[in-house]
Design a binder for this molecule. Sequence first.
Ligand code: S3P
Length: 433
Amino acid sequence: MTYFKCSPGRSLSGSIRVPGDKSISHRSIILSSIADGSSTIKGFLEGEDSLNTLKAFQAMGVSIEHQADKIIVNGVGINGLSKPAKKLDMGNSGTAMRLLIGLLAGQNFDSELIGDTSLSSRPMNRVIDPLRSMEAVIDSDINGTAPIRICGQSNLQSIEYDMPMASAQVKSCLLLAGLYAKGETIVREPAPTRDHSERMLRGFGCNVSTKGNEIRVAGGQRLSANDIDVPADISSAAFFLVAASIAENSQLTLKHVGVNPTRTGVIDILRLMGADIVLSNHREIGGEPVADLTVRSAKLKGIDIPQELVPLAIDEFPVIFVAAACADGITRLTGAAELRIKESDRIQSMADGLNILGINAVPSEDGMSVTGGHIGEGNIESHGDHRIAMAFSVASLCASGPVKIFNCANVNTSFPGFVELASSVGIRIISDE
Ligand code: S3P
């Protein structure tokens, strides 16, 4: 079992590029596979999650070649996928499973999706229910969990759907199903969520309209091949934004980071806490805004996290809680019940770990209250959750002694090379079995 052994740190410095954006990497494979023609993807995240998506499309007959620094996807067209010989294993990835359920609902073949223990306990009814109202035929475990059996339908009907939760996975699933449905599918979200699907669909020549909180896509459209340059993942950069903020005398630059406004909640929250983060070299690459981020150490203070920033920072709360543990005063998060159904129950995993390190962290149904203090030493269980493991590696910078983190193999789902990159900027971390 992989564990991380971290020692209290020193100042961080350097200029690094973290791996490619996970959300964009999944979508780049999905859309280029069903497009007409060959697409080139640069900066693809070679992590287990996005590689599972890639393997799923290979299993459905798409030829995908790895070249030195890029991937070539030879799209088979909107109706060109073929029945996979085996169950499609999505591993740890909720995004892969939920997006694929939508896509597979409208194919002319049956399929089955499976995942690891964590993924097999995550709720899938949030996509299955609206898909069933599109006349999709989908069967799950009794609890609405994987394995998911999909009986492909060639006569999906469009729907108009008010999403009960702010979820880009649900939205994207329905947009993908909508490509195969008769008529126009309309999805309304209760709060803005990441819009990579909409942007990328447009990049592939598809007509997707967004007006306020409403997104529309008509079925029967074809996609044309498109070259994609995946920016560095702001969710991976977030660990270093907090690390360089809390380690004294630090200055770190994170290059080529995706700064899509539906993803930058972490920057806004850290700045409200007093962080010194400067964006430079703004540019737009393949329809996505990109910038270099420079972060310097700062004295952080506790805040009440604004509700509207919650969906825009949903994956960054583990490390935001670490920032809160190092801040003066109390940080309060509410309205984030979604954190309980991520790769682990992130409210409980973080509260337990912070308490072990001597921090007063009080979980609630939909959030947590963290009182800044002195981080001690201890042994932490990551529950196989990549972001919990990396968040506590960052916490170790300010710890009074060693921090050992267990069950860290899943860091490879989103951030291959984390230990090496973190070490290169001054985090004292070793990985062992
Ligand atoms: C993702 C959406 C978010 C996020 C996940 C990736 C995506 O999930 O937590 O890591 O790529 O669409 P929800 O949409 O369920 O909030």
